[in-house]
Ligand binder design. Structure first.
Ligand code: GTP
Length: 500
């Protein structure tokens, strides 16, 4: 089961439970069984699921539920906490510092996405002003050096490797030394993989690690390996000092539950996830926003961060203003599509909205979406200013539709399809109505002193209701802690322009 479906199944189980008039042991057990089934299908390890179930039973007080508290929210919070606990090993991984040399070694099985991920990791840091470099110590797979070279050249990242040298330790040491001399602050060592776990691979990892003394060893894991994740991660951890995990291919039909197992096996946090083959399809992994998105609770800070990332700075205040008004025009769709073509699929942005789990915005169809967006933009080029700026769907009568189809050389069906998409997005957009945007000067002060009172003023009323009113918001904030609040599930931190 892919993670998006997991979120959907959990939400449905919770909904069914909260529909019951009386919540007793039996109803709670049924709900938890349903959730456990969903987790097992998502390849979460059996022991972890069993522990989670008994923890929730211990924590959730049935008397509280009987007393008319928001049942769904209490249980949802307990599940939220348990899933977060599973994904949070309790200590952060080594964090490299810009300007100070760090050696990062990547390990993982062949095909896990290691080489691709090394480049993504380098590129991610390069965009933030680091000076990364790549060393190809994979002498096992023919073509590995060419692949790294190609990726590195595309991203303009210095690289080191050899077509003739067969000793990975020698190459790793030479590469690291060279880039230390060149004052690179992030030296990334890509190592060999094997199709399966085998002694020779682990011995090689041990030797490369001993020779290069990495500050951090990152274990790269394909998210679709399922229940094998725990053993695989543990085997690597026993050979080298794995300190962090990157889970790749989360865009496909990933059984993402393996990520939880990898954390448990290595006692190391997931730091990034790979969401596609391209260089920038790479996301920082934060436990709380991830779990909250998984449960369809939305990820406010991620959503706002995405807006900051996708939308050019000068357009942001205007966009936020329009968001708060909830009115969505075709011109806005046109502008956003242009931004999205530059950045990434719209689903990525909207899946972060509360109530819009990834289930509604399927991933894995990026190419089709991009082509569609280009078609839409082309058709919108044949529209008048009045049409683009109108919020009245009735304006688009038959003759206008025919004219747009003729003007853009597209079938009428495509124009209709575009309007359907517009209506769908306008509906999502309207959910944001009432979002209060703080004035510029208030932003950093608010982000420092965020409390439930402030937040209740910012949230649209229906969303506040969804969270469980002022009481729900208060306990949510208490539960997440004021520090985590800024980056967490309800955390509107990103919204206030930083100061985190
Ligand atoms: N869809 C998707 N594909 C990915 C992702 N990360 C890597 N890939 C693809 O997975 C395949 C294997 O990736 P590589 O980087 O060659 O794998 P590797 O682990 O370095 O393999 P070895 O060098 O043989 O150990 C390639 O086709 C990548 O494009 C991801 O996040 N999403």
């Amino acid at each position: 089961m892919v993670l998006a479906q997991l979120g959907g199944s959990i939400s449905r189980a919770l909904q069914q439970m909260s529909n019951a008039t009386i919540i007793d042991e039996k109803v709670l057990s049924e709900c938890l069984n349903e959730i456990s089934r969903a987790l097992l299908q998502a390849d979460v390890q059996f022991k972890m699921v069993r522990d989670m179930q008994s923890n929730i039973k211990r924590i959730v007080n049935l008397d509280d539920l009987a007393a008319g508290h928001n049942k769904r929210r209490i249980i949802q919070q307990a599940i939220f906490n348990e899933l977060c606990k599973m994904l949070d090993p309790g200590k952060p991984s080594f964090t490299p510092k810009k300007g100070k040399t760090s050696v990062i070694m990547f390990v993982g099985l062949q095909g896990s996405g290691k080489t691709t991920t090394c480049t993504k990791y380098a590129y991610y840091h390069q965009k933030k002003g680091w000076k990364p470099a790549l060393v190809c110590a994979d002498t096992f797979r023919a073509g590995a050096f060419d692949q790294l070279k190609q990726n590195a050249t595309k991203a303009k990242i210095p690289f080191y490797g050899s077509y003739t040298e067969s000793d990975p330790v020698k190459i790793a040491v030479e590469g690291v030394d060279r880039f230390k001399q060149e004052n690179c602050d992030l030296i990334i060592v890509d190592t060999s993989g094997r199709h399966k776990q085998e002694a020779a691979l682990f011995e090689e990892m041990r030797q490369v690690s001993e020779a290069t003394k990495p500050d951090l060893v990152i274990f790269v894991m394909d998210s679709s390996i399922g229940q094998a994740a725990f053993d695989q991660a543990q085997a690597f951890k026993q050979s080298v000092a794995v300190g962090a995990v990157i889970v790749t291919k989360m865009d496909g039909h990933a059984k993402g539950g393996g990520a939880l197992s990898a954390v448990a096996a290595t006692k190391s946090p997931v730091i990034f996830i790979g969401t596609g083959e391209h260089m920038d399809e790479f996301e920082v992994f934060d436990v709380k926003p991830f779990v909250s998105r998984l449960l369809g609770m939305g990820d406010w800070s991620g959503f706002m961060d995405k807006i900051h990332e996708v939308v050019p700075t000068d357009q942001q205040p205007e966009l936020l203003q329009k968001l708060s008004e909830g009115s969505f025009t075709l011109r806005l769709m046109y502008e956003q599509f242009q931004n999205i073509l530059k950045m990434g699929p719209i689903g990525q942005v909207f899946s972060m909205l509360p109530g819009f789990s990834a289930e509604l915005m399927p991933k894995g169809h990026e190419k089709e979406s991009q082509a569609k967006i280009k078609r839409y933009i082309h058709m919108m080029d044949s529209m008048t200013n009045a049409e683009l700026d109108s919020t009245n769907p009735k304006l688009m009568n038959e003759s206008r539709i025919m004219r747009i189809a003729r003007g853009s050389g597209r079938p009428v069906r495509d124009v209709m399809d575009m309007f359907e998409e517009y209506k769908r997005l306008a509906k999502i957009w309207s959910k944001m109505k009432g979002l209060k945007i703080p004035k510029k000067g208030e932003m950093s002060a608010l982000s420092r002193n965020m409390n439930a009172q402030h937040m209740s003023k910012v949230l649209p009323p229906h969303m506040l209701k969804q969270i469980g009113g002022m009481g729900g918001l208060q306990s949510l904030m208490k539960q997440m802690g004021s520090k985590d609040m800024m980056g967490g599930m309800g955390g509107l931190g990103g919204m206030f322009g930083g100061d985190r």
